[in-house]
Design a protein around this ligand. Structure first.
Ligand SMILES: Nc1ncnc2c1ncn2[C@@H]1O[C@H](COP(=O)(O)OP(=O)(O)O)[C@@H](O)[C@H]1O
Ligand SMILES: [Mg+2]
Length: 254
């Protein structure tokens, strides 16, 4: 396990998913914003090195500086969330990173070890999707408190949860809980919650896996637009207040 003696971080949480497009980065960014709104000091390590989307959500394209030994993260405009991403280290946003697995894994680890994060209450790590080598090597090197699995109701299948459960166990990482993203929409007239894929998915899942559900999130079209415009810091994050509450409770039980 590597140490980072430049920083003082209370909790390190990994955000993972079975595959891409389920809203892992959306959840990482929104959770960071909600935590910051509540007064916590927050950082995001964008570990999705080949598909980094965090800087775009926060509309930042620079601000990382340092020398050979130490790197300082960029800071978001509204809540001063500290951000490190491969997208901030490249000259052009479009430059794809073609590095291979082991190198990517060590880059993620270096984003932890060589960065001066300062004082943080929470460092959230947006992991690449899947149970990849990158995730495995990062878990071996970064002292995470635990991981949160993001799924959508269609993805809320036994297989993905089982796989993540198994990986967490093998890596001796705590699976803090699951977040069901895009579970429902709020009907414009009646303000009723309309569950797009039915509501029984979670209950069925919990019958087989003793996994904590940290929250079910609405699909908010207004947020999709704002996030795409780089304005995640002004989105409605009220759906995350319960998530924060459950997360803090889970971390206390450690
Ligand atoms: N609950 C949600 N409400 C509105 N838009 C969402 C929600 N979750 C995800 N999105 C949008 O869906 C797209 C995919 O999400 P993203 O976080 O990039 O997925 P992943 O990181 O898992 O690949 C993005 O445009 C994101 O802003
Ligand atoms: Mg992503």
């Amino acid at each position: 396990m590597n140490k980072n003696d430049k920083s003082n971080i209370n909790h390190i949480i990994g955000i993972v998913s079975g595959k891409g497009g389920v809203g892992k980065s959306y959840v990482t960014g929104s959770l960071a914003v909600e935590l910051a709104k509540q007064g916590y000091r927050v950082g995001i390590l964008d570990g999705d090195v080949t598909g980094p989307s965090i800087p775009h959500m926060f509309n930042i394209d620079s601000g990382v500086y340092g020398d050979e030994e130490i790197i300082y993260p960029a800071a978001s405009k509204v809540f001063h969330i500290k951000i490190i991403s491969s997208a901030l280290l490249l000259a052009h946003d479009e430059d794809p990173i073609m590095w291979r697995g082991p190198l990517i894994g060590s880059l993620v680890t270096q984003f932890y070890t060589t960065v001066n994060w300062g004082e943080l209450d929470y460092l959230l790590i947006d992991f690449p999707p899947g149970t990849s080598d990158v995730a495995i090597s990062a878990f071996a090197n970064i002292p995470v408190d635990g991981i949160i699995l993001v799924t959508t109701p269609q993805q809320m299948v036994q297989q993905i949860v089982k796989k993540t459960y198994k990986m967490a166990k093998e890596m001796k990482v705590k699976l803090i809980g699951v977040i069901e993203n895009m579970a429902y929409i709020v009907l414009p007239e009646s303000k009723e919650k309309y569950y797009l894929y039915g509501q029984n998915k979670l209950e069925n899942l919990q019958k087989t896996f003793p996994i904590k559900v940290l929250g079910s999130l609405p699909l908010l079209p207004a947020n999709t637009k704002l996030v795409d415009e780089g304005k995640i810091e002004v989105t409605d994050t009220s759906a995350f207040t319960n998530v924060v509450e459950s997360l803090i409770k889970e971390l206390e039980y450690e």
